[in-house]
Design a protein around this ligand. Structure first.
Ligand code: ATP
Ligand code: MG
Length: 248
């Protein structure tokens, strides 16, 4: 059974058609990279999958783990194991990062009929993971992303990913704004998430991330549709030649 199956998806944002005829299948254990020019619909796809309000599926089907996804609220999708790392993570001043992460994790557990993890055990896990991402554990006490640098926000997204243990991670330009060392740290975090039971949709502009995280498939989005798919060598060709050859 596929982890994610998108079949002939058409979607609009605030009434504006953006995605057209988009089909994609991610099996467990697979990493798919989504590339494509600015404005081609990559974040729209991510938002449609996550169920962001204002994003409407006008035709086609999306199933996740064998069940229809489109009618579900964003929180039900998250509880089913879908995770979105934002291209532009939002700041939530006044809500501590630790409280936010613990509340998210507890609600996941509650959805599975499990008791909340003890605060001590959760904090220990969060601190260890933060350290592994070279994020000072003091950041757990700050407001969610409040005053974080661009790269710190991206590392915080991966901290969330590793703490919440979803099945499918949709990572929207998690590599953007990272310095050279941070790129490696974040890539190691993503690789740590990858297993035979999980899948990743990795939205990126740059081949350099794919040197660290080897994709099984690479897709190119253009004007809301997939115009090319291939193995990792497609990303190398794009890096060398750009996108123009695809429209020849
Ligand atoms: N709320 C909105 N209302 C109208 N159009 C929108 C809205 N949100 C996105 N769009 C349009 O949808 C198209 C796709 O945008 P999207 O953010 O998905 O692109 P992207 O591929 O993620 O680009 P980038 O590489 O710059 O992040 C763009 O033309 C954008 O202007
Ligand atoms: Mg985008």
């Amino acid at each position: 059974m596929s982890l994610l199956e998108v079949h002939d998806l058409h979607a609009s944002v605030n009434g504006e058609p953006i995605l057209r005829n988009l089909s994609l299948r991610v099996e467990t254990g697979e990493i798919h990279a989504i590339m494509g020019p600015n404005g081609s619909g990559k974040s729209t796809l991510a938002n449609v999958l996550a169920g962001r309000p204002g994003y409407e599926v006008t035709a086609g089907q999306v199933s996740f783990n064998g069940a229809g996804l489109t009618g579900l609220e964003p929180e039900a999708r998250a509880q089913a194991g879908l995770f979105l790392a934002f291209q532009y993570p939002v700041e939530i001043p006044g809500l501590s990062n630790m409280e936010f992460l613990k509340a998210a994790w507890d609600s996941h557990r509650a959805a599975q009929g499990a008791q909340p993890e003890s605060a001590v055990s959760f904090m220990k896990r969060a601190r260890a993971l933060a350290k592994s991402l070279e994020l000072n554990p003091e950041f757990l006490k700050r407001g969610v992303n409040e005053g974080f640098s661009g790269g710190e926000k991206k590392r915080n997204e991966i901290l969330q990913l590793l703490l919440l243990e979803p099945k499918l991670a949709v990572l929207d330009e998690t590599d953007s704004g990272l310095d050279i060392d941070a790129l490696q740290t974040v890539a190691a975090g993503i690789n740590r998430f990858c297993s035979a039971d999980t899948g990743v949709l990795l939205i990126t502009h740059y081949q350099r991330l794919l040197n660290h995280i080897v994709p099984d498939r690479v897709h190119v989005l253009s004007e809301g549709r997939i115009v090319a798919s291939g193995d990792r060598h497609l990303a190398e060709k794009l890096e060398a030649e750009g996108y123009a050859w695809l429209s020849d």
